[in-house]
Design a protein around this ligand. Sequence first.
Ligand code: 5AD
Ligand code: SF4
Length: 441
Amino acid sequence: MIDKKYTILNYGCQMNESDSEHFAGQLSDLGYSLTNDYHNADVVVVNTCCVRESAEKKILGKIGELKGVKTSHPGQIICVAGCMAQKGGDKLVKKYPQIDLLIGTAQVNNFKAILLDFLADKRQKVYDDVSIKETEFEGQCIRKSSFAAWIPIMYGCNNFCTYCIVPYVRGRERSRSKESIKKEIERAVADGFKEFTLLGQNVNSYGKDQGNRHSFAELLKECNDIPGVERIRYMTSHPRDMSEEVVKVVSECKNICENFHIPAQSGSNRILKAMNRGYTRDKYLELVDSIKKYCPEAAITTDIIVGFPGETEEDFQDTLSLMREVQFDAAYTFIYSKRSGTPAAGYEEQIPLDVKKERLNRLMEVQNENSLAKNKLLIGKKLEVLAEGPSQSNSEIWTGRTRTNKLVLWPVMGKEYTIGQSVNIEITSAQTWLLKGKAES
Ligand code: 5AD
Ligand code: SF4
C-alpha cells in the first residue's frame, strides 16, 4: 500500500458527480486516500464542465491556480477530466503544461490503467477517444452520500439541440445493460442505500440504441421492484421522447418519485424549432396535461434558456406565458451561452447581454411567484421526507427532501434522527425555495 492522497474538484452535472465517484473508487483501489485539501494531494482530478462559458472560465482559473500548487508540491499529478477535457484535447495541454493527464468523457473507467501507465513513464498524455462503446464497469465507486446513489444507465446524446455542446463531448447514445444496472442497485441496497437516481443525458431513449423502444418504462418498473429500494428518481428527460407509458408507470409504481423534470427550454414555437427540440409548445403542454392527469400530486420542474439567438420580445413573452400556464414547481433558468462548434454559435442576431440579463430577471420573478404559490399549497399536508442531516447553520434543525424533491426543514425537538431515515413531516410554512414543518410524534 502507498501512503498517497487524492482530491477531486468536481464541476457540472450529476453525470459528472457520478464519474467523480468512479474516479474515487479507482484511486482508492490503487491505495490512495482522500484529502479535501488539494495543496497536499498527490493526485488532483479536475472533473470539468463546458455547458456554459461561465463554468469554463471558473475551471480554467482553477487549472491556472494549480500550476502554482504543483510548483510547491513537486510530483503532484494533475488530471483534467470531463467535458472540457474532451473538448480541449491537445490544445488544452499545450496551453496548460501543468496538466499531466487529460481524460476524456469515455475514459472514466480506464482511469486506473491510465494512472498506472503514467506512474511508470511520467509522460504527459491525452486520452480523448470518445467513440468507446464500453458501458460496463467492474470496479467499485466511492459514493459521496450514504443513502442516495447515482446510477448511470446510459451515456452520450444523439439530440443535437443547436445550442448544446453535450453531443460533441459525450458522444453517441449507448445504454448499459439492464442486468448490470440492476446488479449495481442491488449491491448498493446491500450497502444501505435507499434512493437511486437513474442518470443519462436523455433517459427516455434508454435502450433505443439496442432496438428496444419501450426499454425505459420497463427499466423503471424493474428497478421499482428491487427489494430494499425506497425511492427511484431519473434525469434528464427529453419532452419529445417522454411517453405517456412512462407517466403511467410513475403513477403506478410506489417507489418511483412523483417528480417530472422536463426541460422546456422555450415557450415559443419559432425558437423551439431553431433549437431543434423536436416538439411544439402544444405537444409540450399535452405532456404536462398527461402528467397532471395521471400524477396530480407530482412536482413538475424545467430548464429554460433566455436569449437564444433571434429571440424577440414576443418569443420571450411566449416563454413567460408557458411558465404561467404550467405553474412549474421550480425552474433552472439560464442565459444563452455561445458554445463554439454548435450550430447556434454561428447564428446571426445574437442577443446583447443586457437584454438577456433583463429577460432572465423577469423570468425568475414569474418563477419565484409560482414556486411560492406551489409550496404554499402543501401547508397542512403530511409528507414523507428522507433525512439528509442537520442544517449547516443550526444542528437543532434537520433537513431532508420530499418525494417531489422539495427541501424540508424541521426542528429536532430532542429527537434523534439518522441520515437516510424516512420521517413524516407536517408542513407548517412555505417559502420560495423550501418548506418548514414538524415531525410526527
Ligand atoms: N447556454 C445556456 N444554457 C444551456 N444549457 C445547455 N446548453 C446551454 C447553452 N449553450 C442548459 C439547458 C440544459 C441545461 C442542463 O443547461 O437548459 O437543459
Ligand atoms: Fe456539463 Fe453537459 Fe458535460 Fe454535464 S454533460 S458536465 S452539464 S457539459
